[in-house]
Design a protein around this ligand. Structure first.
Ligand code: TXA
Ligand code: MG
Length: 350
């Protein structure tokens, strides 16, 4: 399959591009498009055959449900059995935005889209291209992140092209995304609501709107095999770079000294080394290919660069990656959740 790649300015949307993409979606095809979090791989959520193509293109396990993207509340209503009060409050505050809510699904949502679950994940993205595509096509768009399953999520159209060129109908290139990590997933079918995946909307932001919010214990650390995360996707080794990633926790100078020692050692064995530092620590490193992931004074910068840094080390074909750890409060919780998963929870204290 030849993948059509079309650019559009985010602030001056090319409606011809949106029309072409809408036609593809309406005919049961697949279009990758930018959202404010990461690029999504979209297909008609109510067409089981169309959503099945997504699993195939990504190599995604069929028990891992898709998030359905809507452009307004009217489009949400027929997809769900009911809209709980907590959901309304959260929608009023955070939609459109980087928050996905889990509802009881209505009968029109095929179980192929929801991985066989009786619930459906729904999000209203805050991105002009995504919103324009959803409303122009009239299609509720099922869209997982537009990466090959298991690889870091795509934050640019080039990342999508690397993974999926020739496997999907179209990519809309709307430039680099703003946030860089996926939406916060909140289950509003339970009381109190439960966070199934940390994201840009933090626990504190949610609690300010609806009071007490719980966190699925399975996402807080390395899982024992008998604990099943409530978001099926969280059980997979996700977000992984090709090289083995190890993280080091401890006082900054001690971490840098240790990473320098093991990097020098690895290089002397002929290995290509990648080091993930921050703006504050970048100059402390003397060995390996050192990349700053952003500044510790601004977690947003770290979130925005995270997946691109992992992909860069893939492109460079490094053999090992050594990384600092980051504070895990606020947005840091989502950052460390993704990094620890990428590292297979391989984190050492120095
Ligand atoms: O920011 C995002 O959410 C991006 C953009 C494209 O919108 N999408 C995204 O989709 O991250 P994906 O497929 O990569 O991750 C969806 C997650 C998976 O962990 C999946 O298991 C979970 O959502 N999920 C989907 N439906 C669910 C449901 N009914 N119950 C529990 N978890 C669900
Ligand atoms: Mg994903």
């Amino acid at each position: 399959m030849q993948t059509i790649i079309k650019k559009t300015d985010v602030n001056d949307i090319d409606m011809e591009v949106i029309e072409q993409a809408s036609d593809i979606l309406k005919a049961g095809g697949m279009v990758a498009f930018p959202t404010e979090t990461v690029y999504g791989l979209g297909a008609d959520a109510l067409d089981e055959k169309a959503s099945a193509k997504i699993y195939e293109a990504k190599g995604r396990p069929s028990d891992n449900p898709l998030i359905v993207h809507v452009a307004d509340t009217k489009q949400l209503e027929p997809l769900v059995k009911n809209i709980p009060d907590t959901a309304r409050k959260l929608m009023d505050k955070f939609w459109p935005g980087p928050m996905t809510l889990i509802f009881e699904k209505s009968d029109i949502v095929p179980s192929g889209t929801t991985g066989g679950l009786a619930t459906v994940a729904i999000r209203m993205p805050n991105h002009p291209v995504a919103l324009s595509l959803i409303s122009n096509s009239g299609v509720a768009i099922a869209a997982p992140s537009a990466n090959t399953s298991g690889r870091p999520s795509p934050t640019t159209a080039q990342h999508v092209e690397t993974d999926l060129d020739g496997r999907i109908d179209m990519i809309i290139d709307g430039g680099a995304v703003g946030i860089g990590i996926e939406s916060t997933i909140v289950d509003v079918t339970v009381n109190p609501p439960m966070i199934l995946r940390p994201g840009y909307i933090t626990n504190k932001m949610l609690e300010d709107v609806v009071g007490n919010v719980e966190v699925d214990k399975a996402i807080l650390g390395k899982m024992s095999p008998d604990v099943k995360p409530k978001a099926p996707g969280m059980k997979y080794k996700h977000y992984a770079p090709k090289a083995e990633l190890t993280m080091f926790r401890g006082e900054r100078q001690a971490v840098a000294t240790h990473i320098n020692d093991i990097s020098r050692q690895a290089e002397s064995e002929g290995k290509k080394v990648g080091v993930i530092a921050s703006d504050e620590t970048f100059s402390m490193y003397e060995w390996g290919n050192v990349v700053s992931i952003g500044t510790r004074n601004d977690d947003d910068s770290i979130a925005r660069n995270l997946y691109a840094v992992l992909r860069k080390f893939d492109d460079m074909n490094v053999d090992v990656i050594y990384s600092e750890t980051f504070d895990d409060d606020g947005l840091g919780q989502a950052i460390m959740n993704r990094m620890l998963k990428a590292a297979g929870y391989n984190v050492l204290q120095v």
